[in-house]
Design a protein around this ligand. Structure first.
Ligand code: DGJ
Length: 701
């Protein structure tokens, strides 16, 4: 039974989740210290662990080394600091004094203050119902009257892994059009930091890690993972010592950016959630997906519609006639949401101008947006619009009127990337302008969906005249969140897609206020298999936007069959992004069939459980499977990335089925025993050649 209990005699807290336990205690000098994280233990059983928390000690180490619950800088603590402050008189160390705690159902807040200085610190814990996810965060409050306290580092949590003979880390790396490349590598000794200094989550790393002892597989083994719900700059540091200790500390911020807490101010960090699972990486991913669906996404029960997006078809060359033609064709194919991308506003005929001027371009749309929106609705589709609210082109009316609204330092270049600058959303006037602009756009034009893009990172992130410019790094992101929240409250039917030049802003923070994310600007189906594999380690298919685009691919120039492109995109939220008015009739016929097939399997893909059967990098063939939440249906996707002389068709072992049940292949009518599909497998019957693929639907009979 999930519960949180405090034991006064040992000054320890035990957090029991659905299937795991977590414990912390106070040391003799009142510092919060880690005790245990892993398989479920009762309070009685935990007593054995509590008695054994003594670490090796010598005069060169802190007695509690590597066990701090939030490793604070100060005293003899030499571990990677998770909390580092400088008080108004220059003192740079923290001494904990315990004040008390609150337990409210599955939430725990443990309160401390510094022994001398006016800083209150609360460590927060919350276990969402039915999960093993422990959400953790830190609250800081300046409750004095002296000068400000510098916050050098304020992590949300330090996660202490149990001692194991070895450690391996899984994480993703990448770049634009190459996001979410999964790596599994030994954890280096010393400190290793993953992060972003770009003001966005980034394409280059994503704020989650998984740790195992090096032996876990897709289906077996213990995995400790942690994911940060934050869309600005962030850092996660693993620290591994020769004594075998491993910790992961993480939160928002970056080195050298030191916001200050003025008297009366509070700072609450984002959630850095931790999860212990047994059952390999597959079980870890399914647990993160379930958590995201049940506790993060705003409308998880919905089925995401099949979308059309105009970007790859038209680029900036948007016209009303062109959009109408695309919309008509999209509707005929079975598309449910039509999204007009970049190019519809201001002087936007290329990337050099117009950002910031969110009025419809009357040369392109003489009657305004209404006629197109009306037509799209008449065709039975929802209407979506691309915006990039945080950006401005220097060549825009907005910038000419408000050159001071962008991030900038005096006497410094305003570096342009994609010929644009970043608006400072930490400024209340800028945030109000952005909200007002988007609110009117959505309200006046009956817009159902916004694709919220963000196409460059921060630079020269100054705020001349502000009392504390360094706060902008956090406040910009908070302001983006607040505007999204306000828009959703004012327009309950509005749905939002998060995008940052593809997948530069994918994280649990943005997923809490959006409905889907644009996974990558790379729509090459072969590359997408790898990107989707990395994305799905933590984030669910229900939010993974995937388009079928033209051949050869816009980014890679690779040619793949339309069927393969469809099947890859159908493993997420299907969209079409090609120039469909130019598609030959046979492709349109095929597209109609595939979209109809997707609508049939969509509840399984979007709301089911993912089982990765063979990862994309394996010997030319990969496969994945979704099982419906009630277990009644399953869908298997099989992809042959490349045909090899030596690769004969082999049985593919399925997963997540009921061994005692039988399953009927919905297309061939053949009936199989669940036990044989699990133990022996299914011959997928792929056609010959490269880029062959199959979608196999199974129903429990
Ligand atoms: C980057 C996005 O990822 C693309 O899909 C497209 O919306 C362009 N921006 C438009 O400028």
């Amino acid at each position: 039974m999930a519960e949180i209990v405090f034991d006064d005699s040992t000054r320890s807290w035990l957090i029991r989740t659905a299937a795991t336990s977590y414990a912390l205690r106070l040391t003799d000098d009142d510092a919060p210290s880690h005790v245990y994280w892993g398989p479920a233990l009762t309070a009685d059983q935990l007593a054995d662990v509590l008695n054994r928390t003594e670490e090796r000690w010598d005069s060169f180490n802190d007695p509690n080394e590597g066990l701090d619950e939030l490793a604070a800088d100060g005293g003899t603590r030499y571990w990677t600091p998770a909390l580092q402050v400088r008080f108004a008189d220059g003192t740079r160390a923290l001494e904990w004094r315990y004040l008390g705690h609150d337990i409210d159902g599955m939430s725990l807040r443990v309160h401390f203050r510094d022994r001398h200085y006016p800083l209150r610190i609360t460590l927060g814990y919350h276990v969402p119902a039915g999960t093993d996810v422990i959400e953790r965060w830190t609250e800081l409050a300046h409750d004095g009257t002296d000068g400000p306290i510098e916050i050098i580092r304020a992590d949300s949590a330090t996660w202490v892994a149990p001692i194991r003979p070895d450690y391996r880390i899984s994480h993703v790396t990448g770049g634009w059009a190459a996001e979410s490349q999964l790596l599994r590598e030994p954890v280096p000794h010393g400190e290793t930091t993953f992060g972003s200094r770009r003001g966005i989550t980034s394409h280059h790393a994503n704020p989650w890690v998984m740790l195992d002892d090096g032996e876990a597989t897709e289906r077996h083994g213990e995995v400790y993972s942690a994911a940060l719900a934050w869309s600005g700059s962030w850092r996660i540091t693993t620290t591994r010592s020769s004594t075998g200790r491993l910790t992961v500390t993480g939160g928002f911020g970056q080195d050298g950016v030191v916001p200050r807490l003025a008297p009366g101010d509070t700072l609450t960090t984002p959630v850095f959630a931790g999860l212990y699972t047994d059952g390999g990486f597959g079980a870890a991913s399914r647990a993160w997906h379930a958590y995201t669906l049940d506790h993060v996404l705003p409308h998880p029960g919905e089925l995401r519609p099949v979308l059309y997006n105009s970007w790859e078809a038209t680029g900036f060359d948007v016209t009303e006639a062109g959009q109408r033609a695309l919309a008509e064709m999209a509707a005929a194919l079975g598309v449910e949401l039509f999204v007009m991308d970049d190019g519809w506003f201001g002087a936007r005929s290329g990337d050099h101008a117009g950002l910031g001027d969110w009025q419809v371009n009357r040369d392109k749309f003489p009657g305004g947006l209404e006629p197109l929106v009306r037509e799209v609705h008449r065709l039975g589709m929802k209407f979506g619009l691309w915006v990039e609210p945080e950006m401005v082109n220097p060549d825009s009316d907005l910038y000419r009127a408000h050159p001071d609204w962008v991030l900038h330092h005096p006497h410094r270049t305003r570096s342009e990337l994609r010929r644009q600058l970043v608006l400072n959303f930490a400024r209340p006037d800028v945030a109000e302008w952005a909200f007002g602009t988007l609110d009117s756009l959505v309200g006046e034009h009956g817009i159902d969906f916004l694709k919220w893009d963000m196409n460059r990172p921060f630079s020269e992130a100054g705020w001349p005249g502000a009392v504390d410019p360094d706060t902008l790094w956090v406040e910009h992101t908070r302001s983006v969140y607040a505007i999204m929240d306000r828009l959703r409250a004012r327009h309950p039917g509005l749905r939002i897609e998060a995008c940052s030049g593809g997948g530069g802003r994918i994280d649990l923070g943005v997923l809490a206020r959006t409905d889907q994310v644009w996974t990558s600007d790379n729509t090459d189906a072969l590359d997408r298999l790898v990107i989707q594999h990395g994305y799905g380690q933590v984030y669910p298919a229900r939010a993974m936007s995937a388009w079928v685009t033209d051949d050869p691919n816009f980014v890679t120039r690779r040619s793949t069959p339309l069927r393969f492109r469809f099947h890859v995109a159908m493993a997420g939220v299907l969209g079409i992004g090609g120039d469909i008015v130019k598609w030959p009739e046979e492709d349109l016929v095929h597209a109609r069939e595939q979209i109809a097939l997707y609508k049939d399997i969509r509840p399984i893909v979007q709301h089911g459980r993912l089982h990765r059967l063979v990862p994309p990098a394996t010997d030319g063939l990969s496969a994945l499977q979704y099982v419906a939440a009630d277990g009644g249906r399953a869908v298997v996707f099989v992809f042959r990335q490349a045909a090899h002389f030596h690769t004969r068709e082999r049985p593919l072992r399925l997963d997540g089925l009921d061994p005692a049940a039988r399953y009927r292949d919905e297309d061939t009518g053949k009936v199989w025993h669940g036990a044989s599909l699990l133990a022996h497998g299914l011959f997928p019957g792929l056609p010959d050649g490269d880029f062959a693929s199959a979608v196999i639907r199974l129903t429990k009979v």
